[in-house]
Design a protein around this ligand. Structure first.
Ligand SMILES: Nc1ncnc2c1ncn2[C@@H]1O[C@H](COP(=O)(O)OP(=O)(O)O)[C@@H](O)[C@H]1O
Ligand SMILES: [Mg+2]
Length: 311
């Protein structure tokens, strides 16, 4: 099956200032997003994420490279019909109500009024704005505007969703709602490409990620490969540990045991050590409260990638 997004060697220069000095904000970007995938496009502020998104949508011209979105050369307006787009920091006509705004967007898309009468309330419900449907947008909170933007992106049943920082400016509950909404899109078979600089959101919902730093894609791949299956350590917490067993397990551990209110926590290197430790502890009639494996977090990979590029 052909990828939904495929770009090769994409570059973007801007000319800035009176002398038209050339600055490169995107260098040699090559990436692919397959149908049905949720792709997280990560990078610090100013990395070039929004620039990439505008290039994919054909809102700005690229300097070099090539690419296709949904089988059309990038920049071709035909492909845009099947794309739902949430811009960064959306702002809409404030005098309209949520319902009026969506109906207006639907009409722009050429959806007949009759169909919009069903679709608009369903979409408002989907993004949790059902009760605010008749409120003017000027009375909306930032989170509500963001959700209305998402409803707008979902109009017309797009095959591909391109979301620029969908979680930015939202509180933890709002972020969870957007995360759940993206997961529902994936379940419905849609392809989602979204940018973010908020990491914890990504680990939970993406199939693949790319990390962009200073206009360069410095890492990309399936999230489980980037995070690695390899364990960093295993933490085990137990109670009722006789002193002999405690010192025996401590010898296997990476660091001295932490003892607090009768609970003991050991940090072990891997599964072999865990097996031995469990045998000792169970033999000593200790009670195991938890076993927690620690893997590399995306945050560590992100920081490492950013550091590698920094001068
Ligand atoms: N129209 C423009 N003219 C000149 N520079 C720009 C323009 N738009 C964006 N940039 C620069 O391109 C870089 C990448 O911006 P952007 O794609 O918005 O980053 P991100 O979305 O990752 O935060 C930034 O350094 C920004 O200042
Ligand atoms: Mg941006």
């Amino acid at each position: 099956m052909e990828p939904v997004i495929h770009v090769e060697g994409l570059c973007k220069d801007y000319r800035v200032g009176f002398w038209g000095r050339r600055v490169t904000v995107l260098r040699d970007l090559t990436l692919e997003v397959q149908a049905g995938e949720t792709y997280g496009y990560l990078g610090p502020n100013g990395a070039g994420k929004s620039t990439t998104i505008k290039l994919l949508l054909g809102l700005i011209q690229f300097t070099a490279g090539s690419g296709q979105v949904l089988g059309c050369p990038i920049g071709n307006p035909i492909s845009r019909r099947q794309i739902g787009f949430l811009p960064e920091n959306p702002s809409f006509y404030e005098h309209l109500t949520g319902e009026e705004f969506l109906t207006y967007c639907g009409r722009l898309l050429g959806i007949p009024r009759g169909r919009l009468r069903d679709q608009v309330p369903a979409l408002l419900d989907e993004v949790g704005l059902g009760r605010a449907a008749r409120q003017q947008i000027r009375k909306f909170s930032k989170g509500m505007v963001q959700r209305l933007g998402l409803a707008q992106a979902l109009l017309g049943d797009p095959k591909l969703l391109i979301l620029d920082e969908p979680m930015s400016g939202l509180d933890p509950i709002g972020r969870k709602e957007v995360r759940d909404l993206i997961l529902r899109q994936r379940a419905a078979g849609r392809t989602v490409f979204f940018s973010t600089h908020i990491l914890p959101d990504v680990e939970m919902i993406c199939d693949r990620v790319g990390i962009l730093v200073g206009g360069r894609l410095v890492k990309s791949g399936p999230i489980h490969e980037l995070l690695g299956e390899e364990l960093e350590s295993i933490e085990i917490t137990v109670t009722s540990v006789p002193p002999a067993a405690l010192s025996e397990v401590e010898r296997l551990a990476l660091s001295p045991a932490l003892v607090q209110k009768g609970r003991v926590m050991f940090r072990l290197r891997g599964e072999t050590e865990l097996e031995t430790a469990l045998a000792i502890l169970v033999g000593a009639k200790s009670r195991v409260l938890s076993v927690v494996p620690h893997r590399r977090s995306l945050e560590e990979i992100f920081l490492e990638a950013t550091r590698e590029v920094a001068p």
